[in-house]
Ligand binder design. Structure first.
Ligand code: WTA
Length: 681
């Protein structure tokens, strides 16, 4: 046995339980699609080659309006914290709203579709968007006293008010941090504390699955939890849900809670000039899960981020101003920021925001929305595609919509599922892009340019123009394409959409994303700082990348990123719990789900009630997406002689695969006991 083989393998990653599928053949976009596409020029890959780096990205920056053009395209003096378009002055709100007014003021910017079909869709024109953004910006400036560089936490559901809020803050140069509406008040509190937000903006209620959910109640919890941690939120600003009456049951707290819709009346007709911001000023924070229990605030800059969101929306999403574009993601995730709000609005498209779940009230809802609004670009995740395929495989054919383009994002998509998406949802006419990227990366890393490269089911495609992936093995040797060997996928170069740092934690930024393959820690040359994505991938001969899943302690449930350590810390809040271990389990619709293994403190007994209490803790601490498939209360955790929990064995039991050699364990007998529990369900 070699030293390497002797190494104790205690962890299990998503990539290890991934199914590997075969390379598929190519599918080609239709001549009709190509004839209208924004990018048909194959030389784009040469223009964006490493030889032309970083100047190639001028093409993206020139899609935007600058108050002052930049002096230097890429400043690497503080590598790997880069500054893009240094010296430039720009405002994101101006670029997404004001500049469209002259030609397209009457065009719809946002179609807000309430979940209840009896409620009317709200069509917000660019002119109206401008008015509403200005008025709210005036309120934020005057009533809250907010100014450039302040941070504000948003905990809002899908609504037209969410992008209005983001754009109003961006107008003032205030950094927004939107927390996914489905997260708990406690999760919001952690983000309020970390970002130092003095204001929380929320909404009273929203519909999900036909039920009106009280969302305001989470603001109370967020406020109290943040206060316990020493962060005082001065005011909670509450938007009333579309329709305009206070819909939550939770009462207002006097002096603290303010109904935005009422207060706004004082600001009707008010205008606020957009603040010219340095290109590298932060635009927003987006918290995401990592390898520790504490979510990290990915800090995205203004000029670089917006240029990359606009450029990729134009070339990959193929957005033209006349398109009606619907991305089904939640704005609380990076996909929603880049590809519901900033990218489409910077390009003056009409963007659809849907409040609810895809199958409410029935499996035809999505296709009805597409038909009614003439959606021609559709963007969703494999989880939704798998679910819609399961519940209504023949539904799309019943509706008269016409997609020219479709996207899949967030998880690997099985070729089977891809083909249903292509044939049934896209009716064999729409071009598909499988876009692989991350919260950290601001925009796409790998995808096809739809009119330039053919599609290949199950593969994301090659690196985007200007993005140069490389796969390394654990020793840092490059794995060449076409070998069928998986490795750790990294990006060789920086790009404008890349996050600037982790809010308040540069060391963590460097150590987590760059240290592993850094060639020289003192270097100011970007070539020495490959970016570690945290995914395992196989690259085919043609350069197309197949993503296998995460290599770290992150699992991707229905396309939502959750840290196993975050889940474990949430379980440890329950007083009876001594140890917790989370492993990913394959699931037909969700990709993977968490299974939670628990060892109790002495003197406590396992019971169904206790298992439920633990699962409830996951929901309260994080949110319903964190719910475990199963909470297994086990007599003891399988451990190595040095005391490490063998998650690999727990994962094998949960997934029904071979547990392998257990003889090196300190307590091999518990494996059998746990297997017995699992076989009895
Ligand atoms: C995974 C979402 C396969 C990947 C935009 C990544 C994907 C994590 C794909 C980031 C894809 C994203 N194919 N896997 N097309 N897109 N992923 O930060 O593991 O929520 O690291 O960003 O999702 O998730 P995040």
């Amino acid at each position: 046995m070699t030293e390497k083989e002797k190494k104790e393998v205690t962890e299990v990653s998503e990539a290890q339980i991934a199914v590997h599928w075969q390379e598929e053949g190519y599918y080609y976009p239709s001549p009709k699609f190509i004839a209208q596409a924004n990018m048909t020029d194959e030389t784009i890959y040469d223009r964006f080659s490493l030889d032309n780096f970083p100047n190639c990205f001028k093409e993206y920056a020139d899609l935007l309006d600058w108050y002052k053009y930049w002096d230097e395209i890429l400043d690497t003096s503080d590598a790997p914290c880069y500054k893009w378009f240094r010296g430039g002055l720009i405002n994101a709100s101006y670029n997404c709203v004001d500049r469209h007014l002259e030609k397209n003021g009457n065009k719809t910017a946002i179609h807000f579709v309430p979940e209840l079909e009896e409620e009317k869709t709200d069509h917000v024109t660019y002119q109206e968007l401008w008015v509403r953004v200005n008025e709210f910006a005036a309120l934020l400036q005057d009533y809250c006293g907010l100014k450039a560089g302040d941070r504000v936490t948003l905990h809002m559901p899908m609504s037209a008010e969410l992008p209005i809020t983001m754009l109003a803050l961006a107008r003032l140069g205030v950094i927004h941090s939107q927390v996914f509406g489905g997260f708990s008040g406690k999760s919001a509190a952690d983000r309020i504390v970390d970002s130092g937000s003095e204001y929380l903006i929320t909404m009273d209620a929203y519909y999900r699955g036909g039920k009106l959910l009280d969302h305001k109640i989470k603001a109370d919890e967020a406020f109290e939890t943040a206060a316990e941690q020493g962060q005082n939120v001065k005011k909670v600003l509450i938007w009333q849900r579309y329709g305009g009456k206070y819909s939550a049951e939770t009462p207002l707290v006097e002096g603290r809670d303010v109904i935005v819709n009422d207060l706004l009346k004082n600001y009707y007709g008010k205008r606020v000039d957009p603040v010219p911001m340095p290109a590298e000023a932060p635009l927003f924070l987006m918290y995401t899960s990592g390898t520790t229990g504490k979510p990290k605030g990915c800090q995205h800059g203004t000029g670089g981020y917006l240029a990359y969101a606009a450029g990729t929306s134009k070339y990959v999403q193929d957005i033209h101003p006349e398109d009606v574009y619907w991305c089904m993601a939640d704005i609380g995730w990076i996909t929603g920021h880049s590809y519901i709000v900033y990218g489409p609005l910077a390009l003056c498209a009409s963007t659809v925001i849907y409040e609810g779940i895809p199958n409410y009230p029935d499996a035809g809802r999505c296709w009805r929305i597409a038909q009614d609004l003439n959606v021609n670009i559709f963007h969703t995740a494999p989880t939704a595609i798998r679910a819609l395929r399961k519940i209504g495989p023949d539904e799309p054919a019943k509706y008269n919509y016409d997609f020219k383009h479709m996207t899949t994002v967030g998880e690997p998509i099985e070729p089977e599922v891809w083909k249903w998406y292509y044939k049934v949802v896209g009716k064999g006419k729409a071009a598909i892009v499988d876009t692989w990227w991350q919260t950290e990366t601001g925009g796409f890393l790998c995808s096809t340019i739809p009119a330039v490269k053919p599609m290949k089911p199950g593969s994301a495609g090659p690196g985007m123009p200007g993005i140069h992936p490389v796969v390394y093995d654990d020793e840092g040797h490059e794995v060449p394409p076409g070998q069928g060997i998986a490795g750790n996928i990294c990006i060789q170069n920086p790009w404008p959409g890349m996050f600037q740092t982790i809010w308040g934690d540069r060391d963590r930024f460097v150590s987590q994303y760059f240290e592993r393959y850094c060639k020289n820690p003192d270097s100011k040359d970007w070539r020495d700082w490959p970016y570690l994505t945290g995914d395992a991938a196989v690259v085919a001969e043609d350069g197309y990348v197949r993503i296998l899943g995460r290599i770290d302690d992150v699992i991707n449930v229905s396309g939502h990123r959750l840290g196993t350590k975050e889940l474990e810390s949430a379980a440890l809040v329950v007083p009876e719990v001594a140890e917790a271990a989370v492993v990913p389990v394959k699931h037909d619709i969700k990709g993977v789900e968490p299974d939670m293994f628990i060892a109790l403190k002495p003197g406590f007994e396992a019971s169904e009630a206790l298992a439920k209490k633990i699962n409830d803790a996951l929901i309260t601490e994080i949110g319903p997406i964190a719910k475990a498939r199963k909470v297994w209360i086990v007599p003891d955790m399988p451990k190595t002689r040095s005391g490490k929990i063998m998650r690999r064995i727990l994962a094998a039991i949960s997934n029904g695969t071979d547990v392998g050699d257990t003889m090196t364990l300190a307590n091999p007998e518990v494996v059998e006991a746990i297997q017995k529990m699992a076989s009895e369900g």
